[in-house]
Write a protein that binds this ligand. Sequence first.
Ligand code: SAM
Length: 207
Amino acid sequence: MSRFGSDPLSFFNSVYQNIAPWDIGAPQPAMAALVEKCPPSNPILDLGCGSGDLAIYLAKLGHQVVGIDFVESAIKNAQYKAATLPKETAQSLSFHVADALKPPYPQEKFGAIFDSGFYHLFNPDQCEKLIDEVASILKPYGCYYLHEFAIEFPVPNVPRHISIDELQTRFTVEKGWRIKEIQTVEFLSRVAPPVPATCACIERLPV
Ligand SMILES: C[S@@+](CC[C@H](N)C(=O)[O-])C[C@H]1O[C@@H](n2cnc3c(N)ncnc32)[C@H](O)[C@@H]1O
C-alpha cells in the first residue's frame, strides 16, 4: 500500500490544484550545491520533476534534461516555463507525463538521474524496486542524486524519514554502488520552516 492511499495520483492531482508546498520556484538549494560539487553527466532524467524548476536549472547549466511526473498539470506548468526560456536552453529540455516508478525509457541510458523529494514518497519495498529501475537505466559511472526528508511526521500523506544509514545500507559496493557524497542538509517548502534532509550523490559502478 502506498503512503498516499490507494490512489496516489488522485492525492498528488489534488495537491497541484494549488501551488504545491514543495514548489519553491527554484531547485532545492542543497541539490544545487550538490550539482556544483559533483557535476552530472548527460543526458539527465529528473524523476517526479513537479513543475520543473530543478530540470530547468540543469538545462540552464547546459545539460540535456528529461523531466517526468505523473501529474499532468505539473507537467503543463513545467512546459509553460520551458517555453519562456531562450531557444537553445528550451531545446535541451523536455517534460513528459509518466509514471516514474516504471521509467518509460528502458532502452535509453542516462548519465545522471535526479530525485528531489521522490524516493522519500515510497515505503522500503517500493524503494528497492525504484533502485532496481534506476540501476537499469544509469550508465556505468552515472550518478543518482537524491534529496529527501530526514524527519518523520506522525500524520498521513507525508514522506518517509530517509537516514544516511538507510542509504549507506542500500547503496553498497557489493550491490554496484559507490557513495560519492552524503550529508544532512535542509529541505525547504513554501509553507513551513525548513526540515532536516538527507542529500547524496551515488555512483553506479560497472557490473
Ligand atoms: C515532493 S514532490 C517533488 C517535486 C519536485 N521534484 C521538486 O523538487 O519540486 C514529488 C513529486 O513526485 C510526483 N510523483 C509521485 N509519484 C509519482 C510517480 N509514480 N510517477 C511520477 N511522478 C510521481 C508528484 O506528482 C510530485 O510532483
